[in-house]
Design a protein around this ligand. Structure first.
Ligand SMILES: [Zn+2]
Length: 344
């Protein structure tokens, strides 16, 4: 593969090793390792941080976790002639002149960060992929590691994005379900089929309510069940038997049941107008991304010499980090559309 040289980032410090070069020729690319990070289209060699569709493509060589691999197989996003190297978390994998190590990202089941070390001089890089520091119910807790270069996502990189404690949001969700069932209605909880739906199911595990799920939620939950611990009793949705059940569906699914009430669970519910824009009865801010304070916390823990930002408010957050004395840059121009239903 031809190596891209755009956006060179050589460090001239006489003591520190030069930083690992990061470029963005329509995707994050590390030219020295000839490795792409979560590219949207098929490449020769790529790291896939997790199985959300905006991070997955068919590559000749893919590094990922075993869970992500299983999800990619189910979603038919593995290249037939391709090679997948499923790496266990935390273990060092020697590859050419590099040490690769996957770390839990806390985003969804199987999600991983990539920590890379150049063996010749010890220069390091951490790529977060999508992540959150808060402990979720359906994903392994995030583990950060020091690195010279940090590539981090900033989906919620504005000061207004502070999420309330997840326990409070879940308590609100359970209250909504209890009240709706008490009124003889059908509560419908809306969350992305991979990630949020399993988080919702785990939050329902201590309740007696029977659950029905959309086929896409059933497919993903079937794959992830061995990694999720105890789940409530759930089965596939059947309209004529839905009364008395809690429904778990992806946003945008058409239901049209009598007496149903809908609640969406999304980080974007933090926006005051979310309820109206999503057309739901309740919008609850449960996110699988880091919020604004967590982004700052991440920088504090990783202690990078240089920071690259991807997704969402990259320019704003980069400017803020620079004011705080960091070498921070927005990478690419992948602006995320707020409140898009495809956003998880
Ligand atoms: Zn994601």
């Amino acid at each position: 593969m031809r190596r891209q040289r755009r956006g060179s980032s050589v460090n001239h410090s006489p003591i520190m090793p030069p930083l690992i070069e990061v470029t963005h020729p329509r995707g994050i690319y590390l030219p020295e390792a000839d490795l792409w990070l979560d590219p949207h289209v098929g490449k020769e060699r790529a790291f896939v941080s997790h199985a959300h569709s905006d991070h997955v493509a068919r590559h000749a060589l893919t590094f990922c976790t075993e869970i992500t691999h299983q999800l990619m197989v189910v979603r038919k996003s593995v290249k037939k002639s391709g090679v997948v190297v499923a790496l266990p978390m935390r273990e060092v994998f020697e590859w050419e002149g590099w040490e690769l190590r996957l770390l839990p990202a806390g985003h969804i089941a199987g999600s991983a960060m990539l920590h890379l070390k150049r063996k010749s001089d010890g220069a390091t890089l951490l790529y977060t992929g999508d992540y959150k520091l808060r402990q979720g119910l359906s994903a392994e807790r995030c583990e950060l590691m020091q690195a010279d270069t940090l590539i981090m996502e900033t989906t919620f990189g504005l000061p207004k994005y502070w999420f309330p404690p997840a326990e409070d949001v879940i308590a609100q969700m359970l209250g909504f379900v209890r009240e709706t069932l008490g009124d003889g209605g059908i509560p419908v909880l809306l969350g992305y089929s991979l990630g949020k739906a399993q988080e919702i199911l785990c939050a329902l595990r201590d309740e007696e309510w029977p659950v029905m799920v959309h086929p896409s939620v059933a497919q993903i939950t079937g794959v992830l069940a061995p990694h999720l611990g105890r789940l409530p009793k759930w089965r596939l949705f059947q309209a004529d038997e839905a009364a008395g059940h809690v429904l778990v569906f992806p946003p945008g699914a058409k239901l049209g049941l009598p007496k149903m009430r809908t609640a969406i669970l999304s980080g974007w519910a933090i926006q005051p107008s979310a309820k109206y824009r999503y057309g739901v009865d309740l919008a609850l801010p449960l996110s699988d991304h880091a919020d604004y304070p967590e982004l700052h916390e991440t920088v504090k823990i990783v202690k990078p010499r240089r920071i690259y930002l991807v997704h969402g408010s990259t320019r704003e957050f980069a400017a803020e980090l620079r004011l705080r004395g960091h070498d921070a840059r927005a990478l690419g121009a992948e602006d995320q559309l707020e409140l898009s239903l495809s956003v998880h």
